[in-house]
Design a protein around this ligand. Structure first.
Ligand SMILES: C[S@@+](CC[C@H](N)C(=O)[O-])C[C@H]1O[C@@H](n2cnc3c(N)ncnc32)[C@H](O)[C@@H]1O
Length: 204
C-alpha cells in the first residue's frame, strides 16, 4: 500500500489523492474515464506517474496540462502543488471527463482551472503565461510541438511523458524542429521516459 511518506507529500495532500482514487473508481463504473486495464494500478499508472513531474519543474507557478483526461497529470499536480502555490490549468475537450475534473476540484478545493475546449483554441492564451506545458498520452511529439511551439519559444518548459517509443518520436520531431531535449527516466516504468523540451526553433 502506498503511504504519504512513500510519496513525500503531506497527510492532507495524500488524503486528497486518496479521494481522487476513490472517486475515479466510482465514476469509472458508469463513465469509463480511464483504460479499464489500468484500474488495478491507479496509484502506479496514474497518480505516482503524474506526481513525478512536479519535481522536474520545482519553480513553476503556472502549469498548463493539455488533454488532461481524468486528471493525469494535471489534477494530481494541482493537488500536490497546492501547498506551494502552483496554479494548474487543465484543457480537455470531452465533457464527461471535464465533469469529473470539476467534481474533484470542488471536493478537494484545489486551485485548478478547467477549460472544456479544444486545446488549439486555448494554447494562444498562455503565451508568456505558462511556466510549464505538459501532455500525457495525447499525441506523438511532433504533433505536441506543433501545438506548443509558440509557448516553448517564449520560455515555457515542455514536459511530455512518453513510452518506449520516446527515441523514435524524438527522431521524427527533429526532422521539423531544432530543440533541446533532456530524456529523463520514469520512476514508474523502466521502459518509459519523460521528455523535457526547451529552446525550440523550426527548420523553415
Ligand atoms: C488518451 S487520453 C489521455 C488522458 C490523460 N492525459 C492521461 O494520460 O490519462 C487523451 C485525452 O485528450 C483529449 N483530447 C484529445 N484531443 C484534444 C484536443 N484537441 N483538445 C483537448 N483535448 C483533447 C481526449 O478527450 C482525451 O481525454
Amino acid at each position: 500500500m502506498v503511504t504519504a511518506s512513500d510519496l513525500n507529500v503531506s497527510r492532507e495532500t495524500f488524503e486528497k489523492l486518496e479521494l481522487l482514487e476513490r472517486e475515479l473508481r466510482r465514476w469509472q463504473a458508469i463513465k469509463n474515464l480511464v483504460g479499464p486495464a489500468t484500474l488495478d494500478q491507479i496509484w502506479q499508472r496514474h497518480i505516482v506517474d503524474s506526481l513525478q513531474l512536479l519535481d522536474l519543474a520545482p519553480e513553476a507557478k503556472t502549469w498548463l496540462d493539455l488533454g488532461s483526461g481524468a486528471g493525469f497529470p494535471g489534477l494530481v499536480l494541482a493537488i500536490a502543488g497546492a501547498e506551494r502555490g502552483l496554479s494548474v490549468h487543465l484543457v480537455e475537450s470531452n465533457s464527461r471527463k471535464c465533469a469529473f475534473l470539476r467534481h474533484i476540484a470542488r471536493l478537494t478545493g484545489v486551485s485548478a482551472t478547467i477549460r472544456e475546449a479544444r486545446l488549439e483554441t486555448v494554447v494562444p492564451d498562455f503565451l508568456g503565461q505558462a511556466d510549464v506545458v505538459s501532455a500525457r498520452a495525447l499525441a506523438a511529439l511532433d504533433q505536441l510541438l506543433d501545438w506548443t511551439a509558440p509557448l516553448l519559444k517564449s520560455g515555457t518548459i515542455g514536459l511530455f511523458p512518453k513510452g518506449r517509443d520516446a527515441e523514435t518520436e524524438l527522431t521524427e520531431a527533429r526532422k521539423k524542429w531544432t530543440f533541446e531535449a533532456e530524456i529523463l527516466p520514469s520512476l514508474t516504468d523502466s521502459e518509459a521516459r519523460i521528455l523535457r523540451i526547451t529552446s525550440i526553433e523550426s527548420h523553415s
